[in-house]
Design a protein around this ligand. Structure first.
Ligand code: FNR
Length: 359
């Protein structure tokens, strides 16, 4: 229902210079409701903008006469070597952007060698996505108000091969989405765009977000699954300390792409205090507002182990399905590689704090 027209296959695919070109095309191809759902934020969308704009207050200190003829973008994360540090953030209801939804994104992620995180509220189930794409997925969890149901969600994710559970901690309730909010309620109740992971296991009256969630959930998850536990949505030093105390395996500095609480700081502004608190003990990832290779470079320089991207790959999905996601990933990785060459850092480990200055 989100797609009103699809581009004529015979038509030449335009030359996309950057992810904004994909955004523009997705805006022409998708229906208004899908555009609002994808691009909208909470209240006046100030945090959405802050996430993007804050990267402009960080500048790069490039080094010269360093051999950058070969670049390695490899990173080690949770016992696995990833080809590159650009991960697909969990985004719900991807069928709203393109009929092939999460399957198209997962196939693109496999082809282009990016890690993908499947949302609890994906349209295709995590099992369908894994089977059809052969992707090695991570699962994002919204614990329901019924722990028996949550257990079944975890079982489904583990059966689909997920080794990492990304627990989203910024959604005790849904944010005030004035743009696209009614659409979200419609999506949750939609008969056409089903939430694949909940098929047959969600009794009437079970909430898909739990406002009663507290730090004890980490021990409960440990007792009920074998996945690594990563907290997504940490924005303060205090909570970074608690994440360590309660034994999380990693954190993602995130404000849900500005879709939850308005007036939060940009995520890149939150990163330094969190990196300082974590002090290398567990990986710290970040998402929100990343649109350019230089943004990725800056986040890595400020101590992120990897970054996640939400809207940019969805613009590709909305514009052209799997091919559009591939283009988005190619653009971002291509930019990162070129920026590493221009800045004088031949591998991800070499992108240290000295490469950036905050103004
Ligand atoms: C999201 N996000 C999200 N997060 C999550 O934990 N579970 C989810 O189901 C969703 N769904 C979702 C839908 C849409 C349309 C968007 C745009 C975002 C948040 C997402 O994982 C991520 O934090 C942000 O998208 C990152 O910001 P950028 O890259 O979109 O600026």
């Amino acid at each position: 229902p989100g797609c009103t027209t699809s581009p004529d296959k015979a038509e030449e695919i335009p030359d996309f210079k950057n992810v904004f070109d994909l955004e523009e095309m997705s805006g022409k191809v998708m229906g208004k409701d899908a555009i609002d759902y994808l691009n909208g934020g909470a209240d006046d969308s100030k945090t959405v903008k802050a996430n993007v704009e804050a990267y402009q207050r960080i500048q790069i200190r490039a080094r010269r006469l360093i051999d950058v003829s070969t670049i390695s973008t490899k990173v080690e994360l949770f016992g696995k070597t990833l080809d590159n540090p650009i991960i697909l953030s969990p985004v719900g209801f991807q069928k709203f952007f393109h009929p092939e939804g999460e399957i198209a994104s997962a196939k693109a992620s496999v082809k282009k060698k990016h890690q993908m995180i499947v949302s609890s509220v994906s349209n295709y189930s995590v099992n369908e996505i894994a089977t059809q794409s052969q992707a090695d997925l991570w699962f994002q969890l919204y614990p329901t108000t019924n722990r028996e149901v949550t257990k079944k969600l975890l079982e489904r994710a583990e059966k689909a091969g997920c080794k990492v559970c990304v627990l989203t901690v910024d959604t005790p309730v849904i944010g005030n989405r004035e743009r696209g909010g009614t659409t979200l309620t419609k999506l949750i109740n939609s008969k056409e765009l089903k939430m694949g992971n909940y098929e047959g296991i969600l009794p009437e009256g079970t909430g898909i977000d739990d406002p009663g969630l507290t730090w004890e959930i980490i021990a409960w998850l440990r007792a009920n699954c074998n996945m690594k536990i990563v907290l997504k949505g940490i924005v303060t030093r205090e909570d970074a300390a608690l994440a360590l105390e309660y034994g999380a395996d990693g954190i993602i500095v995130s404000n849900h792409g500005g879709r939850q609480l308005e007036s939060l700081r940009s995520t890149i502004d939150c990163l330094p205090e969190i990196v300082e608190e974590i002090d290398g003990k567990i990986p710290v990832l970040i998402d929100g507002g990343i649109r350019r290779g230089t943004d990725i470079f800056k986040a890595l320089a400020l101590g992120a182990t990897a970054v996640c991207i939400g809207r940019p790959f969805c613009w590709g999905l909305g514009a052209l399905g799997q091919e559009g996601v591939e283009i988005a990933l190619d653009i971002l990785k291509g930019e990162l590689v070129r920026d590493m060459q221009l800045a004088g850092a031949a591998s991800i480990e070499k992108i240290t704090r000295d490469f950036v200055i905050r103004i």
